[in-house]
Design a protein around this ligand. Structure first.
Ligand code: SAH
Length: 289
């Protein structure tokens, strides 16, 4: 089976090999980006090269891109000339547009017959409000497509040499947000259960409440000696990684300010980082990733 598949791939390769670079995407049967529709697309964690081919295709065929604060502006390099760019994040101290306003804007653009590319950081359905936006589109009768992206809590960790799972450490993983709609630590997370349910806990939007979360995990039975790792600006040249422990994080944060955005990982992943921390030196100078 595997052999058959690799033969097929090499045949395809021979037929395509004399065509250069991205030009050969033109020959592929990508889905048509219909006027009056919205594509909710994940741009990945930052490095432009981590976007999918469908994301690239959408950038080449859209009329307007509505993008979030967390989208690295550098990924917009592939938006076709002539498409409009609309920023939907916080700007110049003005409050960020309400979620409802963004959804209404998407509907308005789609109903005016545009091909609307809604570009979000990471994966649109992973703490990205893609569910809310697509629900609103559905209710308005606007056709949409979801293009998943590489989520910071998986792909971002890979750039820090942290495998999300490793058979020697974890057979499960928990993803959670450290932030509810008001900015507080989410009350509807069962911290007691989460504390001991998995060797690895990956937290989005958790820097501000990290000390409070650590206390809740320790109160739930988690070892205070477990590592807490902050991976900031993952996949970007300015990526940094800081490590402390659950028991020491409060004191640590009095002296250190992990840059944001950051993923906070709880779990003893340090031994893997020592071996697998591959993203450094000249590699960071490549603008694609
Ligand atoms: N949909 C996104 C998450 C949006 S929530 C995804 O799938 O990745 C925003 C949070 O994502 C940030 O607070 C941070 O925790 C995380 N994040 C996004 N990009 C990041 C990056 N490049 N490095 C570290 N964390 C990132």
């Amino acid at each position: 089976m595997v052999q058959g598949r690799s033969k097929q791939v090499s045949d395809w390769g021979a037929a395509q090999r004399n065509q250069a670079g991205f030009a050969r995407l033109d020959g592929e049967a990508f889905p048509e980006f219909e006027p009056g529709t919205v594509w909710l697309v994940g741009a990945g964690p930052g490095a432009p090269g981590l976007m999918s081919l469908l994301a690239y295709h959408a950038m080449q065929h859209c009329d307007v891109v509505v993008y979030d604060a967390l989208v690295n502006p550098d990924v917009l390099r592939w938006v076709r000339v002539g498409a409009e760019l609309e920023y939907a994040g916080k700007r110049g101290g003005k409050p960020s547009p309400q979620q409802r306003d963004i959804s209404l804007r998407l509907i308005e653009l789609a109903k005016s017959g545009k091909r609307v590319l809604r570009l979000k950081g990471g994966d649109p359905f992973m703490f990205g409000r893609g569910g809310e936006e697509s629900h609103t589109l559905f209710k308005s009768g606007v056709t949409f497509r979801i293009v998943p992206g590489i989520s910071a809590g998986v792909g971002g960790l890979a750039y820090a040499g942290i495998p999300a799972t490793h058979r020697d450490l974890n057979h499960s993983i928990i993803f959670l947000t450290g932030h509810d709609a008001t900015g507080a630590m989410p009350a509807n997370v069962n911290w007691r259960s989460v504390a001991t349910a998995s060797p690895v806990i990956v937290m989005y939007m958790a820097v501000k409440n990290a000390a409070e979360i650590a206390s809740a995990l320790i109160a739930g039975g988690r070892d205070p000696g477990d590592t807490m790792t902050f991976v900031s600006n993952a996949t970007m040249p300015q990526q940094t990684v800081m490590e402390t422990t659950l028991g020491a994080v409060e004191a640590f944060l009095a002296d250190h300010t992990p840059p944001t955005p950051a993923i906070v990982v709880v779990g003893n992943i340090t031994p893997w980082r020592e071996i697998l921390d591959w993203y450094g030196g000249d590699l960071r100078e490549n603008p694609i990733g």
